[in-house]
Design a protein around this ligand. Structure first.
Ligand code: ASP
Length: 443
């Protein structure tokens, strides 16, 4: 039977954590015959101090030359899967597969293969349990020699493989390069796999099943009971997830965006909730919603450069940026004034000591003053509703000044989709609460 309205479902680490949660997955899949392509993560945490299988697999790689340490870690991994198999009552003996994985980890010279085996084993077990086909992403998700994801080659291979299958369980997180060596996405990358599969299958929706009700308007660790976002655009999602809203991997939208397929984030443990829909902006009624959500991240610094008549100096910015390029440093924002230029960087991007970096920039552009301010956090206020509307920035600044929060930097994207402010990290929580209260609500 060929279904016109196929759904792709991705289940995250908590949904795959043990037999009980896998039975919830089964209920969800079996309750809707259009849920045919199922992408899975490796088992995640069952309780607060539990270990994620992927973390254990990275540890296994790190200890591969220390026999005792490796056996201890690998033993934990095997025990976890064996328990799942036993509790599900699946007739599957992984002994030979474990032996092969152990051999391959020891022979490998990068952690990718090891890290990928969590998803691989998860998918093998779920395929057997649901009586679905198993489709290995090693064959269909392709990376080039530099480990860059090759989206178009992948789409052709994946579409061809999926067209031959009525159903499949598919491991998330990895693919392979042109020499067929395993390569993984960055952490949380099974979300990207789900999106790739949804595009290739031409699915009517990409359901991303996780352990929360959907996207919240702010981080619940900072704002008490923040409201759920019922619908947001691909672009809003990208901004929010890049800036720290951790429900979805920040690259997960790209494949589905190309095909205009909506994402529906849903809670495996409360399936009755509608969750959050992510759609093209043109399909969203904004009503009087000005901002969609607030997100933020700690750990930033700003390099401030001042030079008289900087605005007349052709090539000034290029010279500064070529120093960053030399050290492979990526920057976040670059607000400019007539005689000033600021560069906002994540602290992790200081790949050389900051004094050395300032010296190199000084040598390149001979500024009057150069310095660095540390201990900053960035807050993104995101929403299509702010476009062509006056007063959004004023409202943000008023909310912050009422709470005595000093704004260190302001940046507004040209699409009027977001306003980013930098504040001292000590003011971070206070600032997010102030903006939330002013735009979204009190509780
Ligand atoms: N298991 C991988 C991780 O923990 C990928 C994923 O779950 O999306 O990052």
């Amino acid at each position: 039977m060929i279904l016109a309205n196929k759904k792709v479902c991705k289940f995250g680490g908590t949904s795959m954590a043990d037999a009980d949660s896998i039975k919830d997955v089964e209920d969800i899949v079996k309750s809707d015959p259009t849920r045919v392509f199922i992408v899975v993560s490796a088992p995640g945490k069952r309780f607060k101090d539990d270990e994620k299988i992927t973390d254990l697999l990275y540890k296994a790689y790190d200890t591969k030359s220390d026999c005792k340490a490796f056996s201890a870690v690998f033993g934990k991994i095997k025990a976890r899967y064996d328990e799942i198999i036993k509790d599900l009552g699946v007739a599957l003996d992984l002994k030979d597969i474990y032996a092969e994985i152990e051999r391959e980890i020891k022979a490998s010279d990068a952690p990718y293969y090891s890290a990928s085996r969590g998803e691989y084993l998860s998918a093998l077990i779920l395929a057997k349990y649901l009586n679905f086909n198993f489709l290995d992403t090693k064959e269909i998700i392709k990376f080039d020699g530099e480990k860059n994801f090759d989206s178009e080659k992948t789409n052709v291979l994946a579409a061809k493989a999926l067209s031959k299958l009525e159903n499949a369980v598919i491991p998330g997180f990895y693919g392979s390069d042109e020499k067929n060596r395993i390569v993984t996405f960055s952490r949380g990358g099974s979300d990207v796999t789900g999106s790739i599969i949804a595009r290739a299958a031409n699915a009517c929706v990409y359901e991303n099943w996780t352990d929360v009700d959907g996207f919240l308007t702010a981080d619940p660790r900072i704002v008490k009971n923040p409201r759920l976002i019922d619908v947001l655009s691909y672009k809003e999602l990208r901004e929010l997830s890049y800036m720290g809203a951790s429900v979805l991997h920040h690259e997960a939208i790209f494949p589905v965006k190309k095909a205009g397929i909506p994402i529906n984030v849903k809670n495996t443990f409360d399936k009755t909730k509608v969750g959050t829909f992510i759609r093209p902006a043109a399909q969203i009624e904004h009503g009087d919603r000005v901002i969609t959500g607030i997100a933020g991240k700690k750990g930033y610094s700003v390099i401030n450069i001042e030079k008289s008549l900087l605005n007349n100096e052709i090539g000034f910015v290029r010279k500064v940026l070529s120093v960053l390029e030399k050290y492979n440093i990526s920057f976040e924002h670059m607000p400019t004034g007539i005689d000033t230029l600021s560069i906002v960087l994540a602290d992790s991007e200081f790949k050389i000591p900051s004094q050395k970096l300032l010296q190199e920039i000084s040598n390149a552009v001979t500024p009057d003053i150069i310095g660095v301010s540390t201990g900053l956090s960035l807050i993104a206020v995101v929403g299509h509703g702010m476009a062509h509307k006056t007063g959004t920035a004023t409202k943000i600044f008023t909310a912050l000044s009422d709470e005595n929060v000093n704004i260190k930097m302001i940046d507004q994207g040209s699409s009027e989709l977001n306003i980013i402010v930098a504040v001292d990290t000590v003011d971070y929580e206070k600032a997010i609460n102030a903006i939330y209260k002013s735009f979204i609500g009190r509780e």
